[in-house]
Design a protein around this ligand. Sequence first.
Ligand code: 3VV
Length: 209
Amino acid sequence: MTMDLAPGHDEETRLAALAVLAQQVRELMDAVVLTEADEDEVTSVTAELVALTERLNDARRERPLMPEFAPDGTFRHLGNAVTGACNPHALPLVIEHTPEGSQADLEFRPTHEGPPNSVHGGVSAMILDHLLGHAVATSGRAGMTGTLTIRYRQPVPYGRPVVGTAATTRAEGRKTWADGTISLPDGTPLVEATGLFITPSLWVEAASD
Ligand SMILES: CCCCCCCC/C=C\CCCCCCCC(=O)SCCNC(=O)CCNC(=O)[C@H](O)C(C)(C)COP(=O)(O)OP(=O)(O)OC[C@H]1O[C@@H](n2cnc3c(N)ncnc32)[C@H](O)[C@@H]1OP(=O)(O)O
């Protein structure tokens, strides 16, 4: 049977399949950090993974998927380390644009372990960097992180829901400041961040060309 496919349908279907693969790889990574399998089983699984890696590398891109607008007009960056549905490194973070700024429901995974039973501080900083950057971008003043200051108030648990929020606080020329937190659902702050984002002079020049 043949189907009448809309333009781009094949690629969207392929990307959806790739997102499912990326999610399976996240499950695989958790399985690797938690497994108690014996050496023979670990060696056997590794051999299968080598074969799977070679199959994917038979059709390899030069670099991860770029930011773009999806067919429905929404912005997406499927290859991003924080938000990319097709990047197993990403949670992925799904960010909502709220009247106050940016917000995301999060659940960290065993692969994010830093101190025993809690999330690595660098991972929390990475998530806050992105959330702050998103708040800045949605305020119409997109920029690169210049500075990021983090205050770790309480350990962040994994395997439990937490909430990330961010909002811009002030702007001056090409500089925009934003604050954000990772909190428990009851509002208890765990990590606080303040960042300075700078719109690169190159972007300003490119926009005025
Ligand atoms: C409803 C609307 C929907 C819209 C949807 C939107 C969706 C949003 C989507 C997606 C969100 C994305 C979120 C991303 C979040 C993650 C961001 C990252 O992780 S970025 C990677 C890490 N950061 C870097 O790699 C930067 C590396 N540095 C640079 O590229 C440059 O140094 C840069 C751009 C920061 C500045 O370069 P220059 O040449 O443009 O600017 P100069 O002239 O050097 O400085 C201008 C002013 O800024 C100060 N400055 C420069 N760098 C600074 C710094 N690092 N710290 C403090 N001040 C700095 C300078 O002292 C100067 O200040 P004086 O004007 O004199 O007061």
